[in-house]
Every structure is written in structure tokens, then in C-alpha cells.
Write a protein that binds this ligand. Structure first.
Ligand code: NDP
Ligand code: GDP
Length: 352
């Protein structure tokens, strides 16, 4: 039985990847950071919490990572843990550099010293292209230049390069996926897709009256997350270690996402959507679009879920959750957020 160590197991991709690997017969070890309140709602949602060996570790601490590797003895490591929100990286740039940059070096050094046969996947991002996105206005591929414009992107780019350097210098099987936005009902609520699906669901059930958004003309290459984790596994099980762009090759605007989301509940967005400057960004990209041709040709990977299907899946799932909430169910979904809503439902004051 193959063994995999997954960092960031409590996140969207960590949860889907763990499920995918379990279904393939892997023994899965999930690394998470110790918190006073464990955050396993995504693993509960997928019904896999009991099937994963949970390891508490600090990815910014070399000995902690080495211990996790010694405990799990993995064949494959998927390093997905990250401070993943661009805006937050301006608020805590040094922490972001450690979490999204140095952590990768910790893994690579541990592999180099302990067992060079372990295969390593790093979660790269389209954010690494930064300014090239704006200047080229065309599909980005593995050869496009990187021009990061946030501490998040710079830290990720460090990880990307060091992963390549260890592959070239030490012949490790260490690769990066350059992933474009991928979404799902397990996406964090701070991202625009989930913010929209969640609010549209609440509007349908009479729990909200408006949806406040920033730049609605912005376009993204949005795919469906469960399909992207399959490609991560394929990359680590290929003959040659290589980096790949994972994207749909199609772009849609935030406005289109809004229109499709309101279609699901048969309402007109005009009545509810408000423009709010608070959500505008200084360094925003108008268009982010990837070219997954190499992944298609060499890995046989291609996204299957269409943009419209993705929106429908997300809105319907949020409606289901809010219905349960209205019926007074306790649930494992987005626990802290729902807890807050629950307190508001009971009329308790929350200090902002
Ligand atoms: P999430 O934000 O959903 O999950 C991030 C994970 O990292 C969570 O498990 C989180 O733990 C963990 N984490 C955050 N900070 C730390 C820390 N200091 N120490 C240890 N763990 C930490 O991200 P996704 O699942 O969506 O993304 C997975 C990876 O892919 C990330 O590296 C992200 O940057 C990258 N990526 C994602 C894209 C997307 O569209 N989703 C696009 C391109 C790249 P906790 O639950 O405790 O917060
Ligand atoms: P990103 O591509 O990783 O930054 O993913 P996001 O989901 O955070 O943002 C995607 C796009 O939606 C960006 O261009 C944002 O400026 C735009 N956007 C518009 N309104 C909002 C909003 O209210 N929240 C977020 N997160 N993004 C918004």
C-alpha cells in the first residue's frame, strides 16, 4: 500500500486530494497545524476524517517536518499548506514568506537528508505570473515569465524555484503544479466564488438582501477543485518529473459568475448586487487565463466540469447547507462562520 503525506489537509485541496488518494487505496497522513479548536469540517464533509492519520506539525519548523516524514514514511508528499489569501500576505508578509516559502525548503532538505526516493509535489499558483498577466493578455503557459506582485506570489515563486533547483541539482522527483483558480463548495468564504454562492443561497432563503462586490469585470480561469487534485497525483506518478500549468483555458468575469448564480435561484441580480469599494484591490488583475495544453498532451488531464455546472454545484450546495441551518441542524460546515451566524440567530451580540 502506497503512503502519502499531505500538508494543508484541512484546506479545500487537502481534503479533496486525501479523498482521492484514499479511494485509490493509499494510506494518507494529513499534516495540520495545532489550533485550540481543530478545523476538520472539510474532512467531515467528505466523510474521511476517521480514515486519515492526522499529524500535528509546524511547516515552518524543519524538525517538525522531519518528524512527520519519519512517522509517516511516505512514498509521496503533497505540500499544499499555505497562507493562501493574497490580501492577507500584505498584512503579514514575513509570516507568509515563512509559511509559503521556507516551508518548501524544509520539506526538500528533509527529503534530501532522510530519503531521496520520496516524490514531492508543491502547490504553485498563477499568481506567480503577476504582471505578465496584464501585459501579455494571452494564455499563460509553463514558459511565460513570472512577475509576482504580492508577498504571497513572491513566496510561492521562491518555493517553485527551489523545487526545480532540488530536482536539477539533487535529482529529486520534486515538481510544481502551476494552478489557476479552482473552486468548489469547500472553497473558503473569503474568495469571490464562494462569497457569491453563499450569499445567493442566503438571499433565496430570505436570510440576506444584498451581495456586495468589488471589481465585477475581473476575469478568472475557474475550474472545479476535485479535478485538479487528480492532476497532482498524476504528476507524481509520471515517468518524468516536470512542472505543469493546470487550468481550464477559459475565462469568465465575476459578473458572469453572479448572473449564473442568480439563475440558479431564478432571481434578477440587479435587485441585490451592490458595488462596494471596500472590495476593490490596488494590484488586481483584469484577466487571468491559463493554457493547460501540456497537461492535456503529456498527463492526459483535462477539466470536465463546465463553468455553468461549477456555479450550479456551488450555489445548490450552499442552499442545502443554509436549509439545514434553518432547520436547526448542527453541522460540520464552515464551523466558525456558522457558529457566528448561529449566535446572531439567537440574538447574541458579537464584538467586531
Ligand atoms: P486553503 O486556504 O483552503 O487551505 C490552505 C491550507 O493550508 C489549510 O489546511 C490551512 O490550515 C493550511 N495552512 C495555512 N497556514 C498554515 C500554517 N501557518 N501552517 C500550516 N498550515 C497552514 O487553500 P486551497 O486548498 O484552496 O489551496 C491549496 C494550495 O494550493 C495552497 O498552497 C494554495 O496557495 C494553492 N493554490 C490554490 C489555488 C486555488 O484556486 N484554490 C490556486 C493556486 C494555488 P487551516 O485550515 O488551519 O487554516
Ligand atoms: P484570486 O484570483 O486568488 O485573487 O481570487 P478571489 O476570488 O479572491 O478574487 C477573484 C477576483 O474577484 C479578483 O479580481 C477580485 O478583485 C474580484 N472580486 C470582486 N469582488 C470581490 C469580493 O468581494 N471578494 C473577493 N475575494 N474578490 C472580489
Amino acid at each position: 500500500m502506497k503512503k502519502a503525506l499531505v500538508s494543508g489537509v484541512t484546506g479545500q485541496d487537502g481534503a479533496y486530494l486525501s479523498k482521492y488518494l484514499l479511494d485509490k487505496g493509499y494510506e494518507v497522513y494529513g499534516m495540520y497545524r495545532r489550533t485550540s479548536t481543530p478545523n476538520f469540517w472539510r474532512l467531515d464533509y467528505l466523510g474521511i476524517f476517521d480514515k486519515i492519520n492526522i499529524i500535528s506539525a509546524d511547516i515552518t519548523d524543519f524538525s517538525s517536518i522531519l518528524d512527520a516524514i519519519k512517522t509517516s514514511q511516505p512514498d509521496e508528499i503533497y505540500h499544499l499548506a499555505a497562507q493562501s489569501f493574497v490580501r492577507a500576505s500584505f498584512e503579514s508578509p514575513i509570516a507568509t514568506a515563512n509559511i509559503d516559502g521556507i516551508s518548501t525548503l524544509n520539506f526538500l532538505e528533509a527529503i534530501r537528508m532522510y530519503d531521496e526516493s520520496i516524490r514531492f509535489y508543491f502547490a504553485g499558483t498563477s499568481e506567480m505570473y503577476g504582471k505578465s498577466v496584464q501585459y501579455q493578455n494571452k494564455k499563460l503557459n509553463e514558459e511565460s515569465p513570472f512577475r509576482p506582485v504580492s508577498p504571497y506570489a513572491a513566496a510561492k515563486l521562491y518555493s517553485y524555484w527551489v523545487t526545480k533547483i532540488y530536482r536539477d541539482a539533487y535529482k529529486l522527483f520534486s515538481v510544481s503544479g502551476i494552478l489557476f483558480n479552482h473552486e468548489s463548495p469547500l472553497r473558503g468564504l473569503e474568495f469571490v466564488t464562494r462569497k457569491i454562492s453563499n450569499e445567493v443561497a442566503r438571499i433565496q432563503l430570505g436570510l440576506s438582501k444584498e451581495l456586495r462586490l468589488g471589481n465585477m469585470d475581473s476575469k478568472r480561469d475557474w475550474g472545479y477543485a476535485p479535478e485538479y487534485v487528480e492532476a497532482m497525483h498524476t504528476m507524481l506518478n509520471s515517468k518524468n518529473p516536470k512542472d505543469y500549468v493546470l487550468a481550464t483555458g477559459e475565462s469568465h468575469s465575476v459578473r458572469e459568475f453572479v448572473v449564473e448564480a442568480f439563475k440558479v435561484i431564478g432571481e434578477n441580480p440587479g435587485r441585490y448586487v451592490k458595488s462596494d469599494r471596500t472590495f476593490l484591490r490596488h494590484n488586481d488583475f483584469d484577466l487571468v487565463l491559463g493554457d493547460p495544453a501540456n497537461a492535456r498532451k503529456e498527463l492526459g488531464w483535462k477539466p470536465k466540469t463546465s463553468f455553468k455546472e461549477l456555479v450550479k454545484i456551488m450555489v445548490k450546495e450552499d442552499i442545502k447547507r443554509w436549509n439545514l441551518w434553518q432547520e436547526g441542524e448542527r453541522f460540520p460546515f464552515d464551523a466558525p462562520y456558522y457558529k457566528e451566524m448561529d449566535m446572531k440567530k439567537k440574538g447574541r451580540e458579537i464584538l467586531e
